[in-house]
Design a binder for this molecule. Structure first.
Ligand code: HEC
Ligand code: HEC
Ligand code: HEC
Ligand code: HEC
Ligand code: HEC
Ligand code: HEC
Ligand code: HEC
Ligand code: HEC
Ligand code: HEC
Ligand code: HEC
Length: 295
C-alpha cells in the first residue's frame, strides 16, 4: 500500500507511543499517534476556539472527527468516522453534519438549509480551515479572494473602472452577503437590496419630501452593486439611464438642437448630455420647490 509522505514517520513514531499506551492498559487516544512532532499542523487546532471542546484534548479531536475506535486500532486501514481528507474524505452530509451538530442552531447558520451554497453541496470546509489559527474565511483580507475563486464573473466586475472598493479591502463580499444564506434576494444579510444599500448609504434613505419612485423601489434599477464601466456604479450612462424610463418625458428625451433658442445657443439639455445638469437631486429632494428634483 502506498502511504502518503509523512505517514510512515507518523506510523513508526506512533508505534512507540502506542505500546506505551497499551502498557499503561488503555486504548490509544488520538494524540498518542497524532503527536505534535509527527503532525505539527494538526495541533494548531488546539490553539483555536475549537481547542477545548470536550474533556481533554483527544475529546476535542473526536468532537469533529467522531469517536473512531476502528481507526485508532488500525490506523493504516480504517478511516476515522469523519474525515475531511485527504485520504478518506467523507461524504458531504457527514462532513457538514459534524460541524452542524454544534452550529445548526447558531445565529449565523440559521438559514443554511436551503441557502444557495447548501443547495450546491458546498462543504463547511470548502471555506473554513479548522486546523489553521487563521481561518481564511474569517479574515476580511482573504475572504473575498476565497469567494472570487468560484465567482469568476463577480471577480471580473471588481476590476471595472467604477466599483465597490472590495479589491481595495474597504468592503468585503461578506459585508453584504451571508455565505450561509439569507432570507431575501441573493443571500444578502438584509431582506431587500435597498435595505442592504441603505445600511451603509444612510443619506439616501429619506424620507424625502419629493421622492423619486425608482430610488424607493430598487437601487439596482440604476446601480450595479459590484462594479460597472460607468461612473458611480451606474448601469447606463448619462441620459440613456434616465431615458430607459423617461423616453416619453415631454422635453428632455428629444434631441434638442440649437434652433429655436434665443441667440442660437446650444441647448442646455445637451450640456454633457446629462439630465443631471438640472435634475441633480436624483435620489430625492427636501427642497420646498424640489418637485422636479432640480434642487
Ligand atoms: C494508532 C495510531 C493512531 C491513532 C490512535 C489515531 N490515528 Fe488518526 N491516523 C493515524 C495514521 C498513521 C494516519 C495516516 C493514515 C494514512 O494516511 O494512511 C491517520 C490519519 C488520520 C486522519 C486523516 C484522514 C484522511 O482522510 O486523510 C484523521 C482525520 C485522523 N487520523 C483522526 C484521528 C482521530 C480523530 C483519532 C482519535 C479518535 C485518531 N486519528 C487516532 C494514526 C492514528
Ligand atoms: C473543529 C473541528 C475539528 C477539530 C476539533 C479537529 N479537526 Fe482535524 N480536521 C478538521 C477539518 C475541517 C480538516 C480539513 C483540513 C482543515 O480544515 O484544516 C481536518 C483535517 C485533519 C487531518 C488531516 C490533515 C491533513 O491535511 O492531512 C488530521 C490528521 C486531523 N484533522 C486530525 C485531528 C486531530 C488529531 C484533532 C485533535 C487534536 C483534530 N483533527 C481536531 C476539523 C477538525
Ligand atoms: C463540539 C462542538 C463544535 C463542533 C463539532 C464544531 N464547532 Fe465550531 N465552534 C464551536 C464553539 C463552542 C465555538 C466558539 C463559540 C462560538 O463562536 O459560537 C465555535 C466557533 C466556530 C467558528 C468561529 C471562530 C471564530 O474565531 O470566531 C467557526 C468559523 C466554526 N466554529 C466553524 C466550525 C466548522 C467549520 C466545524 C466543522 C469542521 C465546526 N466549527 C465544528 C463548537 C463546535
Ligand atoms: C462559501 C463559504 C462558506 C461556507 C460554505 C461556510 N462558511 Fe462559515 N463563514 C464564511 C465566512 C466568509 C464567514 C465570516 C462571516 C462574516 O465575516 O460575516 C463565516 C463565518 C462562520 C462562523 C462564525 C460566525 C460568527 O458570526 O461568529 C461560523 C460558526 C461558521 N461560519 C460556520 C460554518 C459552518 C458550520 C458551515 C457549514 C455548514 C459553514 N460555515 C460554511 C464562509 C463560509
Ligand atoms: C467552492 C465554490 C464557491 C465558493 C468558495 C463560494 N461560492 Fe458562492 N456560490 C457557489 C455556487 C456553485 C453557487 C450557485 C450558482 C451561482 O449562483 O453562481 C453560489 C451562489 C452564491 C450566491 C447566490 C447567487 C444568487 O444568484 O442568488 C451568492 C450571493 C454567493 N454565492 C456568494 C458567495 C460569497 C460571498 C462567497 C465567499 C464568502 C462565496 N459565494 C464563495 C460557489 C461558491
Ligand atoms: C455592496 C454590497 C455587495 C458586495 C460588497 C458584494 N455584493 Fe454580490 N450582490 C449584491 C447585491 C445587492 C446583489 C443583487 C443584485 C441584483 O439584484 O441586481 C448581488 C448579487 C450577487 C450574486 C448573484 C448575481 C450575480 O451578479 O451573479 C453573486 C453570485 C454575488 N453577488 C457574489 C458576490 C461576491 C463573490 C462578492 C465579493 C467578491 C460580492 N458579491 C460582493 C451586493 C453586494
Ligand atoms: C458595507 C457597506 C456598503 C454597502 C452595504 C453598500 N455600499 Fe456602496 N459604498 C461603500 C463604500 C465603502 C464606498 C466607497 C466610498 C468612498 O470611497 O468614499 C461605496 C461607494 C458607492 C458608490 C459610489 C461609487 C463611486 O464611484 O464613487 C455608489 C454609487 C454605491 N456605493 C452604491 C451602492 C449601492 C447601490 C448599494 C446597494 C447594492 C451599496 N452601495 C451598498 C459601502 C457600501
Ligand atoms: C434613477 C436612478 C437611480 C436610482 C434608482 C438610485 N440612484 Fe444612486 N445615483 C444615481 C446617479 C445618476 C448618480 C450619480 C450622481 C452624480 O454623479 O451626481 C448616483 C450616485 C449615487 C451615489 C454616489 C454619489 C453620492 O451621491 O453619494 C451613491 C452612494 C448612490 N447613488 C446610492 C444609491 C442608493 C443607496 C440607492 C437606492 C436607495 C440609489 N443610489 C438609487 C442614480 C440612481
Ligand atoms: C426605472 C425607471 C426610472 C429611471 C431609470 C429614472 N426614473 Fe425618473 N421617475 C420614474 C418614475 C416612475 C417617476 C414618477 C413619475 C410620476 O410620478 O409620474 C419618476 C419621476 C421623475 C421626475 C419627477 C417628475 C415629476 O413629475 O415630478 C424627474 C425630474 C425624474 N424622474 C428624473 C429622472 C432622471 C434625471 C433620471 C436619470 C438619472 C431618472 N429620472 C431615471 C422612473 C424612473
Ligand atoms: C436644462 C435643464 C434640464 C435638463 C437638462 C433636463 N430637464 Fe427635465 N425638467 C427641467 C425643468 C425646469 C422641468 C420642470 C418643467 C415644468 O415644471 O414645467 C423638468 C421636468 C422634467 C420632468 C417632469 C415632466 C412632467 O411631466 O412634469 C421629467 C420626467 C424630466 N424633466 C426628465 C428629464 C430627463 C430624463 C432629462 C434628460 C434626458 C431631463 N429632464 C433634462 C429641466 C431640465
Amino acid at each position: 500500500m502506498a502511504l502518503p509522505p509523512g505517514s510512515r514517520a507518523l506510523l513508526s513514531g506512533c508505534c512507540v507511543l502506542l505500546s506505551a499506551a497499551l502498557a499503561a492498559g488503555r486504548e490509544a487516544g488520538c494524540l498518542d499517534c497524532h503527536t505534535a512532532a509527527a503532525d505539527a499542523p494538526v495541533h494548531a487546532v488546539l490553539r483555536t476556539v475549537h481547542g477545548n471542546l470536550g474533556e481533554g484534548r483527544a475529546q476535542t479531536c473526536r468532537a469533529c472527527h467522531g469517536d473512531s475506535p476502528a481507526h485508532a486500532r488500525e490506523p493504516a486501514g480504517e478511516a476515522p468516522e469523519v474525515s475531511f481528507g485527504p485520504r478518506w474524505r467523507s461524504g458531504i452530509e457527514v462532513r457538514n453534519g459534524s460541524c452542524l451538530a454544534c452550529h445548526q442552531a447558531n445565529g449565523p447558520l440559521l438559514s443554511w438549509q436551503g441557502s444557495s451554497h447548501q443547495r450546491e453541496d458546498l462543504a463547511c470546509d470548502s471555506c473554513h480551515t479548522s486546523h489553521s489559527q487563521r481561518d481564511g474565511a474569517l479574515d476580511e483580507d482573504t475572504s473575498s479572494h476565497l469567494c472570487g475563486a468560484c465567482h469568476q464573473p463577480v471577480r471580473a466586475q471588481l476590476r471595472l473602472p467604477s466599483r465597490h472598493p472590495i479589491a481595495e479591502g474597504k468592503t468585503a463580499c461578506s459585508d453584504c452577503h451571508n455565505p450561509h444564506g439569507g432570507s431575501g434576494e441573493a443571500d444578502l444579510y438584509q431582506v431587500s437590496v435597498n435595505d442592504n444599500c441603505l445600511s451603509c448609504h444612510q443619506d439616501k434613505r429619506g424620507p424625502f419630501l419629493w421622492e423619486h419612485a425608482p430610488v424607493a423601489e430598487d437601487c439596482a434599477l440604476c446601480h450595479r452593486p459590484h462594479g460597472s464601466v460607468h461612473e458611480r456604479l451606474l448601469s447606463a450612462r448619462g441620459p440613456a439611464l434616465c431615458q430607459q424610463c423617461h423616453a416619453a418625458a415631454f422635453h428632455p428625451s428629444l434631441p434638442y438642437g440649437r434652433g429655436g433658442l434665443p441667440g442660437g445657443a446650444p441647448n442646455p439639455n445637451l450640456l454633457g448630455k446629462n439630465c443631471l445638469n438640472c435634475h441633480s437631486q436624483v435620489h430625492g429632494s427636501n427642497h420646498p420647490s424640489g418637485a422636479r428634483l432640480t434642487r
